[in-house]
Write a protein that binds this ligand. Structure first.
Ligand code: PMP
Length: 356
């Protein structure tokens, strides 16, 4: 059966990347060894690492004042590592609370210093993005989540601020061009647009480091990773390799401008279909809807199970909403063909005809 992969992460990857990686597991670049068998300090792996780092800088148009690290621990570890490196015990960081992941980051930051939640969309169940709020000029940094994977909202602008900007871009990384040089630190788990689970990318502007008095364990200290050439300990070799291939695929397929154009086509098709049918209701404010994760509900909750059953029969996976919000979610990452969204829309129309 032809599958349609709407998983929220780990999620769909480009087919050519999977094919190349499958070959490399048996025999990497015809060297007679698997990519899983080579040391991380070999020139073979260093080439992989350097290409991945350079591709990130190329796609983000960043210069050498930034460093690209590939770490362990998932984006969740960054919830703690960011304040550990950037927030002094008596200082205050500004945070936006737009959903489950942002709230987790806030909870962790409070372990290290003070947190000022400068914007929250909790009052309307995180179905919108805050537009007007004030960021104190003395905040250590402003942290926000560019795309809320669970709630289906996305920031379509960069907040204006003079304090260092820190963003969790886990679920919309490399899906659109942005003024990445406005950020001091960007992080993401790789398992959506960048590759497989098992590696976390951190892009950090070097001049924001070393400004706090806390002693940081070396493995948690970004400066130590930078000083060690991103090889402080054994990195997740295979996951970095897969990210390198995915980044190469993005570059070969038109870069971030084309990724954004395709994301817009997919999202427009899906949201306009939802709006045209009485059975489905998109819960997010139209101007704040995510191009990556479309969240919606059935007008009659009793129709949810039959709809999900039909999705399953047609090979459409990952359509059930996150356990914390329920409803339905269709994730449409870079590698998802428009034809999968078309198949979903065809099913929705057909379903609406039969269940009116
Ligand atoms: N932030 C966002 C926006 C996410 O979507 C996720 C995972 N889906 C996380 C953080 C947590 O990432 P990880 O599981 O890699 O720790």
């Amino acid at each position: 059966m032809n599958m349609h992969n709407f998983n929220s992460g780990p999620s769909i990857l480009p087919q050519p990347v999977l094919e190349e990686a499958a070959k490399a597991i048996i025999n990497y670049n015809n060297i007679g060894l698997s990519i899983l068998e080579i040391g991380h300090r070999t020139s073979w792996f260093e080439e992989v690492l350097h290409e991945a780092q350079q591709s990130v800088k190329d796609l983000m148009q960043l210069n050498d004042s930034y460093e690209v690290l590939f770490l362990h621990g998932g984006a969740t570890t960054q919830f703690m590592q960011v304040p550990m490196n950037l927030l002094d015990t008596n200082a205050t960081a500004a945070y936006c609370d737009n959903g489950i992941w942002g709230s987790k980051a806030i909870k962790e930051a409070k372990l290290f210093g003070n947190v000022n939640v400068v914007a929250s969309s909790k009052d309307r169940n995180h179905t919108y993005i805050n537009k007007d709020f004030t960021i104190p000029a003395d905040a250590a940094y402003l942290h926000y989540t560019t795309n809320n994977t669970v709630e289906g909202t996305q920031w379509h602008h960069i907040p204006e601020t003079h304090v260092p900007l820190v963003a969790d871009m886990s679920s919309d990384i490399f899906s659109r061009p942005m003024a990445f040089d406005k950020f001091s630190l960007i992080y993401c788990g790789a398992q959506k647009n960048m590759g497989a689970a098992g590696v976390t990318m951190v892009v950090v502007k070097k001049d924001i480091l070393g400004k706090i008095s806390r002693t940081i364990p070396p493995i948690m200290d970004y400066r130590e990773h930078i000083a060690a050439g991103a090889l402080l300990n054994t990195p997740p070799v295979f996951a970095i390799y897969l990210s390198m291939l995915t980044l190469r695929w993005i570059k070969e397929n038109g870069g971030l401008t084309v990724m954004e154009q395709k994301a817009k086509e997919r999202a427009h098709l899906l949201y306009s279909t939802i709006e045209s049918l009485p059975n489905f209701v998109a819960t997010v404010a139209p101007e704040d809807r995510s191009l990556m994760n479309a969240v919606f509900v059935m007008k009659d909750p009793a129709q949810e199970k039959p709809f999900l059953d039909e999705c399953k029969k047609l090979g459409m996976v990952g359509v059930k909403g996150h356990r914390s919000v329920g409803g339905l979610r269709v994730s449409m990452y870079n590698a998802l063909p428009l034809s999968s969204v078309q198949a979903m829309c065809d099913l929705m129309k057909d379903f609406a005809n039969r269940y009116n």
